[in-house]
Design a protein around this ligand. Structure first.
Ligand code: HEC
Length: 181
């Protein structure tokens, strides 16, 4: 009976010894780094952003003025092919499903005489189509002018929108100055 107890105690003690030895060994191998200030080490934001790479950069859009500085009018002209079912772009062009877009840059919103705008567009008051307004409208027409009659999903790529805005600005007898970054 006593011998049995001794065996059990011995087994327990040797297990404890092994665990302590392992613990010390691990401490030597992995050398736990103690924070200078007690508490948790928060992950630094910088490596995370760097790891996000292109994805993180794409999520934050550059301001329209910055994008306009590198915009390509020729690319914008190509991109408006998607608008031609509804809009004309040449001087003196007719209204179609949508109003003519010659000289739209700087024009008051919803102001082409004789075109039947939606109530939402007519209610825009004295706002006009500057670079920022066009950029937002073309990103998501229904978000910028809730209730608009323009059935167009929008141009998702920020650079492509800048190309289109630069092209729209060029459609004028004397194009207006674009915002500088
Ligand atoms: C399916 C037809 C359709 C397509 C495609 C379309 N639009 Fe429109 N657009 C309209 C209509 C309709 C309006 C008038 C909206 C209203 O009254 O709410 C409009 C209005 C506009 C206006 C405001 C003009 C003003 O006089 O206030 C701009 C700018 C514009 N569109 C640009 C574009 C561009 C650029 C594209 C292509 C990237 C495009 N639209 C594609 C139908 C369309």
């Amino acid at each position: 009976m006593n011998i049995e107890l001794n065996k059990i105690a011995g087994a327990g003690l040797s297990t404890l010894l092994v665990v302590m030895a392992l613990n010390m060994g691990a401490g030597i191998v992995f050398a736990p780094k103690k924070p200078v200030v007690p508490g948790y080490d928060l992950p630094s934001l910088e490596p995370a952003a760097a790891a996000g790479g292109a994805g993180a950069a794409a999520a934050v859009e550059e301001p329209i003025a910055v994008r306009l500085a590198k915009a390509d009018v020729a690319k914008g002209e190509k991109a408006v092919g998607a608008c031609k079912a509804c809009h004309t772009f040449e001087k003196g062009g007719a209204n179609k499903v949508g109003p003519h877009l010659y000289d739209v840059y700087g024009r008051a919103e919803g102001s082409v005489a004789g075109f039947g705008y939606s109530a939402a567009m007519k209610a825009r008051g004295d706002k006009s189509w500057d670079a920022d307004a066009l950029d937002h409208f073309l990103k998501n027409p229904k978000a910028y002018v809730p209730g608009t009659a323009m059935a167009f999903a929008g141009i998702a790529r920020p650079e492509a929108r800048a190309d289109v805005v630069a092209y729209l600005n060029s459609l004028a007898d004397s194009p207006k100055p674009l915002p500088k970054p």
